[in-house]
Design a protein around this ligand. Structure first.
Ligand SMILES: *[C@@H]1O[C@H](CO)[C@@H](O)[C@H](O)[C@H]1NC(C)=O
Ligand SMILES: *[C@@H]1O[C@H](CO)[C@@H](O)[C@H](O)[C@H]1NC(C)=O
Ligand SMILES: *[C@@H]1O[C@H](CO)[C@@H](O)[C@H](O)[C@H]1NC(C)=O
Length: 398
């Protein structure tokens, strides 16, 4: 069987009209997305929702017919909670026009009335943060009747600080945007930087953002990093700047279209050129910083410095090991000088991070795949059966 990866991309031409195989009652559709075949969450009324950092996600919650009632029904109570470490924390409670919101979600959640397809009790979460990911429960009660459902929210996207190989503050606005593109990312927006700040990003280096403003996020205020906020945590801003001024940049990467790995075959450390050759041996290329940060956000944890495609040397840490990154989570960067500038000499010896793009996955035998169908912010889950017979095709199991 070839379904070894936990995530695969299905790009299958579907032959609905011409094929007799889909059974009556099945429906065919084009599949163009990412499927996860985890086999979990088969329980009824669990929705999967995916959103991007700083965007809005809509968590569905539908009332059964018996509970459908005018919105001003005094008896109707909607309660959204979030499951954290086994306990449920209140996100929002609404009854008879009164709404109570939990601390972490102040100003960011509402029950929108303009999305009837998501259900009368759907929850909108704005300014999405990576830390919002998790399981949410919706409970609708009226009198003696009640109904529950849940939604699993995932948030993609990560913001990172980027410094050119030359020096600190060496990028004008257009070079900053190009620098992000050259490492498979995009220049971040102020909203994305703010969301990343709430997730704990702390950098005492000013960087360009997409609106031509220059800012930096500080979660732990300290001398030299006061900016316009003095001793308060927050995103410091220099305002909108002249495009010719020079700073670092904050980049944003949405997701990883493939796999980043540290080749287990590396025993002796490598020069930059040898590292590139090592990746080619694995039918891969040196990963870019954007790809490494996306892989870190997806959980990559490796305590070895490795070369990347831009000549920088970094490693991703997701487990707080004292001997590795000093117990701090994040991607560590190795600079040439103590003042955190310059990339290492290409003849220095380190490991390597390689990137392999997603390949077409074929199915050797009928295979059930839980497939997420993305519509707006909502991901609907269906189980499809994929078979190979000359053509690959999938259909929804009845
Ligand atoms: C699949 O996605 C690609 C790129 O996003 C697009 O160009 C193509 O038209 C899509 N195909 C179908 C059948 O939707
Ligand atoms: C710095 O990066 C630029 C491109 O981003 C590259 O052309 C140049 O060779 C690099 N310089 C050093 C010293 O690595
Ligand atoms: C950092 O240190 C290097 C080497 O000591 C020096 O050449 C460079 O000017 C310094 N850069 C900054 C921004 O202080």
């Amino acid at each position: 069987m070839v379904l070894s990866a936990s995530v695969l991309t299905i790009l299958l031409p579907l032959l609905c009209a011409s094929s007799a195989r889909p059974q009556a009652g099945d429906f065919c559709f084009h599949i163009n997305g990412t499927a996860s075949h985890t086999g979990m969450d088969k329980m009824e009324d669990t929705w999967r929702v995916e959103g991007s950092l700083a965007d809005t996600a809509l968590l569905p919650c539908k009332l059964p017919m018996a509970l459908s009632a005018p919105a001003d029904d005094e008896q109707l109570r909607v309660k959204w909670t979030r499951v954290e470490a086994g306990t449920e924390k209140v996100v929002l409670v609404a009854q008879g026009g009164a709404v109570k919101v939990g601390q972490d979600f102040m100003g960011r959640v509402s029950l929108p009335s303009d999305a009837p397809e998501m259900g009368e009790a759907a929850l909108a979460v704005t300014g999405l943060r990576a830390s919002d990911a998790g399981r949410y429960k919706c409970e609708v009660t009226r009198g003696m009747e009640d109904r529950r459902s849940s939604a699993i929210l995932s948030v993609r996207g990560v913001v990172f600080h980027y410094r050119a190989n030359t020096s600190r503050y060496s990028l004008d606005f257009s070079a900053a945007a190009e620098a992000c593109l050259s490492v498979d990312a995009a220049i971040a927006t102020p909203e994305q930087l703010t969301a990343a700040f709430h997730d704990g990003l702390d950098h005492c280096d000013a960087g360009w953002l997409a609106d031509r403003s220059v800012r930096y996020p500080i979660t732990q205020p300290r001398p030299g990093c006061e900016g316009d906020l003095k001793s308060r945590p927050g995103v410091r801003t220099y305002g909108i700047r002249l495009a010719t001024e020079k700073y670092d940049v904050f980049c944003y990467v949405e997701k990883l279209d493939g796999e980043v790995f540290y080749p287990p075959s590396i025993s002796d450390k490598l020069t930059l050129q040898e590292a590139a050759a090592e990746c080619r041996k694995h039918d891969a290329v040196l990963a870019s910083p954007g790809q490494l940060f996306a892989a870190w956000a997806a959980g990559l944890n490796q305590c070895d410095y490795g070369w990347l495609s831009d000549g920088s040397v970094r490693y991703p840490i997701n487990a707080p090991w004292p001997q590795c990154g000093g117990g701090q989570l994040g991607v560590r960067t190795l600079y040439k000088y103590e003042n955190q500038t310059g990339y290492p000499d290409p003849e220095d010896r380190h490991g390597a991070y390689c990137f392999k793009g997603q390949h077409f996955t074929s199915f050797n035998s009928p295979t059930d795949v839980t497939f997420s169908l993305d519509a707006h912010f909502c991901v609907f889950e269906v189980v499809i059966r994929c078979v190979t017979s000359g053509e690959h095709f999938c259909f929804v199991k009845s």
